[in-house]
Design a protein around this ligand. Structure first.
Ligand code: SAM
Length: 219
């Protein structure tokens, strides 16, 4: 499948800023970067995946492997995937015991129905709303029936936020504040049943918008 412009833009920016991202966010899920609700959704996802046909999971858009490490520490068999080579290098350096590979939300190097869970932790934020359906269809393809998807994203009404100097790289990148109701509607069209949603107010120092979380079950 042809790579789209929003993917190329995200790769260029994260390749150029991976080191800075790690300095700012770190390589682990922690209370400094994830609020109580966020961590509770990750924990709920782990418990749900334990009831799925497989405990093999993917962290898609893994960045430096923070969610991947959390999932592995909670007993899941995880692979981290990303479009950014520099982010994958940072992930391998921080978590040498885990496996990481190149992969895109809408084109994953994973067999049909082979996973019990997929996490997209702030990685669909550069995908325009009208392209989310293609990503959700691909995530559904790799999940077994009864497998779970966990999404996290900055919430809004789908508006684009364009930055000309994203992460100080001098490169431009657009983020989308996805609408929670639009996301759940697109998940249902792709063949998911929405299991739980959470929407919390901005709470951490770096946040300016509400944060949304969705757990959906593959039918
Ligand atoms: C904001 S960072 C989040 C990284 C990580 N999930 C975390 O929480 O630290 C967004 C990540 O998603 C990746 N990404 C963006 N678009 C992607 C796509 N279409 N497919 C896979 N990865 C993507 C970027 O390269 C980057 O590593």
């Amino acid at each position: 499948m042809r790579e789209e412009d929003h993917v190329a833009a995200a790769r260029a920016v994260y390749d150029a800023s991976a080191e800075r991202y790690v300095e700012f966010v770190g390589t682990e899920i922690s209370a400094a970067t994830e609020a109580t609700v966020d961590r509770s959704m990750l924990t709920a996802f782990v418990d749900l995946v334990r009831t799925a046909p497989s405990t093999r999971v993917a962290d898609v858009g893994c960045g430096p492997g923070r969610a991947a490490a959390f999932l592995a520490a909670h007993g899941l068999d995880v692979v981290g995937l990303d479009v950014s080579v520099a982010m994958l290098s940072a992930a391998r350096l921080a978590h040498p015991e885990l496996s990481f590979a190149t992969g895109r939300l809408d084109d994953l190097p994973i067999d049909d129905g082979s996973l019990g869970g997929v996490v997209s932790w702030y990685s669909a934020i550069h995908t325009p709303p009208e392209r989310l359906g293609a990503a959700f269809t691909e995530l559904k393809r790799v999940l077994s029936a009864g497998g779970y998807l966990l999404l996290a994203f900055q919430a809004g009404s789908g508006e684009p936020v364009h930055r000309d100097n994203a992460h100080g790289t001098g490169l431009s990148l657009t983020s989308f504040r996805h609408s929670l109701s639009d996301v759940t509607r697109r998940l249902e069209i792709a063949g998911f049943e929405v299991h739980a949603t959470a929407l919390r107010e901005a709470e951490l120092d770096h946040e300016t918008t509400p944060q949304a979380f969705v757990i959906a079950r593959s039918l």
